[in-house]
Design a protein around this ligand. Structure first.
Ligand SMILES: [Zn+2]
Length: 144
C-alpha cells in the first residue's frame, strides 16, 4: 500500500468513526430529552403507540384509531403481536392489577409468560417492584 493510499484509508476510517459517533449520539440525546416518547397501549385495538410522556394525565390519552383511552405502559413494554389475544389479555390484566412495564435495571421476579400464570404470580408477589399503580378492576379483560 502506498503512502497516499494509506492516508486515504485512515481518512476513511476516521470518517466512519465520525459517522458512527453521530448516529450513536443522537438516540441518547433523544432518550434523555423531554418530552420523550413512550409506549401507550390500546387494549381494544391491541396496538401500542409511542406518545409523549405525560405521567399526570395518563388516562386522557386517546387511541388514534378507535378513540378509546390508551394506557401508559412505560418503557420496558414489549408490544405483543396484534393477533395474540392471550398476550394482550395478559398485559391488560397486569396493567389492571397495577403493574407497569418499567425498566429499573435491577433484579426482580420476571413477569409471567402466560395469562394463566398471572393469578398465581400476583398471589406469590403481591409487593412486586413493578406493581406501582393502584389496581383498577374495571380494566380487567373480560373472561372468555
Ligand atoms: Zn384503539
Amino acid at each position: 500500500m502506498s503512502r497516499k493510499e494509506e492516508k486515504n484509508r485512515r481518512m476513511e476510517i476516521r470518517r466512519d468513526i465520525g459517522n458512527r459517533q453521530i448516529t450513536t449520539d443522537s438516540p441518547i440525546t433523544t432518550y434523555y430529552s423531554y418530552p420523550y416518547l413512550v409506549a401507550h397501549a390500546c387494549f381494544s385495538c391491541q396496538k401500542s403507540f409511542k406518545l409523549t410522556y405525560q405521567k399526570d394525565c395518563e388516562k386522557e390519552r386517546i387511541c388514534p384509531e378507535c378513540g378509546k383511552a390508551v394506557y401508559l405502559m412505560e418503557r420496558a413494554f414489549k408490544t405483543p403481536k396484534r393477533s395474540d389475544d392471550e398476550q394482550w389479555k395478559k398485559v391488560q390484566k397486569l396493567y389492571a392489577l397495577g403493574f407497569r412495564f418499567q425498566s429499573y435495571g435491577r433484579d426482580y421476579e420476571p413477569l409471567p409468560e402466560r395469562l394463566q400464570e398471572v393469578d398465581t404470580f400476583v398471589e406469590s408477589y403481591p409487593e412486586h417492584e413493578l406493581r406501582v399503580a393502584k389496581p383498577d378492576s374495571s380494566l380487567l379483560p373480560s373472561k372468555q
